[in-house]
Design a protein around this ligand. Sequence first.
Ligand SMILES: C[C@](O)(CO)[C@H](O)COP(=O)(O)OP(=O)(O)OC[C@H]1O[C@@H](n2ccc(N)nc2=O)[C@H](O)[C@@H]1O
Ligand SMILES: Nc1ncnc2c1ncn2[C@@H]1O[C@H](COP(=O)(O)OP(=O)(O)OP(=O)(O)O)[C@@H](O)[C@H]1O
Length: 309
Amino acid sequence: MNQSQDGLQQQATSGNVCFVQSYAKINLTLDVLGKRADGYHELATIMQTIDLYDTICLTRLAEDRVSMNCNRPELSNDYNLVVRAVQAVRQKLGLHQGLAIELHKRVPVAAGLGGGSSNAAATLLALQQWWNLPLSMQDLWEIAASLGSDIPFFLTGGLALCEGRGERITPLASHWPATMRWLLLVKPDISVSTAMVYRNLTPDDYTNGGWSRAAEVALQTQSKLQASDLYNSLERGVLEQYAEVARARQEMLDAGAHYVRLSGSGPTLFTTFDTLTEAAAVQQKLQSQSYEAYLTHAIHPGNNPITYF
Ligand SMILES: C[C@](O)(CO)[C@H](O)COP(=O)(O)OP(=O)(O)OC[C@H]1O[C@@H](n2ccc(N)nc2=O)[C@H](O)[C@@H]1O
Ligand SMILES: Nc1ncnc2c1ncn2[C@@H]1O[C@H](COP(=O)(O)OP(=O)(O)OP(=O)(O)O)[C@@H](O)[C@H]1O
């Protein structure tokens, strides 16, 4: 062990560079129960991490500053959730350790896949492990929830029921159905504002949370979840407001998808297949129509994969 200027206990193996993988999610169900007094919406949603990830590289700096470089230039700034997560930790613990951050985005941005939220959570977990920080899971959860509603989910990932504004997490034992083994995602070429999608909800879109409760039971009962159990309260509004999303949904059905659902606030749509052959054939058809289509699967990242040098 050695001691840094901040008094952090660092393991001798921890090195100066840390790589971390940051996985995206889909929402299998998303019940919006109603609008709350604080302006957020009360949710019950079942989320699952998927094998589509960004890579974050953190390098110690001798100076007391935090820099960000991203392959998406519009995200190379201090508003980036990775920078905000690093600054929140530095502030909470009074740390002065500087960091150069590089972020390789592969997960589509503002797409309903929780990319930025995942980046923030992966950074919190990486710093805690790399620098052996005196932060409990409750401390990490509080920082995560203060940065965004979806972030606490990514501290555990896997399959979970998320309630409240999304920050109250109940991990679920993963009984992923074999009939949904392969996930095909299609990202229409538009951006959708999450705040706007919530603003456009009407009381008719609200549910009593029954879809998520039923899906939870089906998942816990040895993989009995079916396509007809999946539901998203935000889908009606997004399909009505964005013709590109409605068109992509129809093209997916025409290409051979058995059903199509929206992930989160969209615009990404997903469907599932039980064989790779069928999934890859539909992906190819959609790619030949110039759609951004990802073939992936559910993943449990466990103790986020972190590599030190
Ligand atoms: C659509 C989902 O991705 C589903 O998992 C999430 O509900 C959105 O989570 P997020 O992007 O982390 O959301 P935040 O960054 O906390 O909030 C963005 C905006 O979405 C709206 N919002 C978000 C979460 C929530 N439960 N109710 C809301 O009304 C609020 O207008 C808020 O200003
Ligand atoms: N590291 C980051 N990656 C992506 N977006 C980021 C990041 N940091 C800040 N942002 C901002 O957050 C916004 C939402 O990005 P994100 O990719 O997380 O959306 P999303 O997939 O719709 O998330 P969610 O499903 O949680 O609503 C972007 O428009 C971007 O300006």
